[in-house]
Structure formats: structure tokens, C-alpha cells
Design a protein around this ligand. Structure first.
Ligand code: AMP
Ligand code: ZN
Length: 123
């Protein structure tokens, strides 16, 4: 299957990897939409939230807890977690991934934060 995120999790192509375990990988988004923009990506090829099955509940919880742990390690006080679902939902890569966005300066950029989801994720 010609899936870029399968290739990254399978180490066929490089990425800036922050964390990895048996079931998922966290790497930096190549075109960041925020000062911190990481992707939490399961190793299993699942097309999107819309294709989840009953046996994926633990995996989904693990993705969200991994986002929380990553945010804590990076010292983020606040962040946004986004799943784009389907073309109409702005999804471009058909391999499930959770966007973690943060790192804005809350004083200087209040308007931008209020305007989130970020325009690039709002496609
Ligand atoms: P989505 O629109 O939810 O499918 O988001 C896909 C995300 O993957 C985008 O934010 C892209 O910038 C990001 N992306 C695409 N190719 C790569 C890559 N090779 N490494 C890291 N991130 C990527
Ligand atoms: Zn895949």
C-alpha cells in the first residue's frame, strides 16, 4: 500500500520522531501550523476516525494519553487536539492521525488562538 504514514512508522522514510512504542509513533508535522505541531500516528493502518472498529477503543485512548504525555514533556500549558475526518473534514492523508498543536504566546497571539482551529487545518 502506498501510504506515507505507514512508510514513516515502518522507518522506510525518515521523520523527526519524538516518541515511539509498539503501537504508535509521535513525529513532527513537516508543515507546522503552530509553533509546536506534532502528529500521533498508530502503526496499524486505519484510514480515519470514520473507519474505527470496536477493537480500536484502547488504541484511541492510548493516542490521547500519548498526546497528553508529549505535551507535558514539551512543557505546553495548553494545546489543541484535532482529528480531521474525510476530505470534507480537511483530511489529506488517509492514515489515522491526531494533530497536537500548541506553543502560542497567550498574550501576543490571543486573536490567533481564539481563531483556532488554524486556517490550514480548516481547509
Ligand atoms: P491531514 O490534513 O489531517 O490529513 O494532515 C496531514 C498532515 O500531515 C499535514 O499537516 C501535513 O503537513 C503532514 N505531513 C505530510 N507529509 C508529512 C511527512 N512526510 N512528515 C510529517 N508530516 C507530514
Ligand atoms: Zn498507512
Amino acid at each position: 500500500m502506498d501510504c506515507i504514514f505507514c512508510k514513516i512508522t515502518g522507518k522506510e522514510i525518515p521523520a523527526d520522531i519524538l516518541f515511539e512504542d509498539d503501537s504508535l509513533m509521535v513525529f513532527k508535522d513537516i508543515h507546522p501550523s503552530a509553533p509546536v505541531h506534532d502528529l500521533i500516528v498508530p502503526k496499524e493502518h486505519i484510514a480515519s476516525i470514520a473507519s474505527l472498529q470496536g477493537n480500536h477503543r484502547d488504541l484511541l485512548a492510548h493516542m490521547i494519553y500519548t498526546a497528553k504525555d508529549t505535551a507535558e514533556k514539551l512543557g505546553l500549558k495548553g494545546y489543541k487536539l484535532v482529528f480531521n475526518v474525510g476530505r470534507e473534514g480537511g483530511q489529506v492523508i488517509d492514515h489515522l492521525h491526531l494533530h497536537m498543536l500548541g506553543g502560542w504566546n497567550p498574550i501576543k497571539q490571543k486573536k490567533e488562538i481564539d481563531a483556532m482551529p488554524h486556517p490550514r487545518l480548516d481547509k
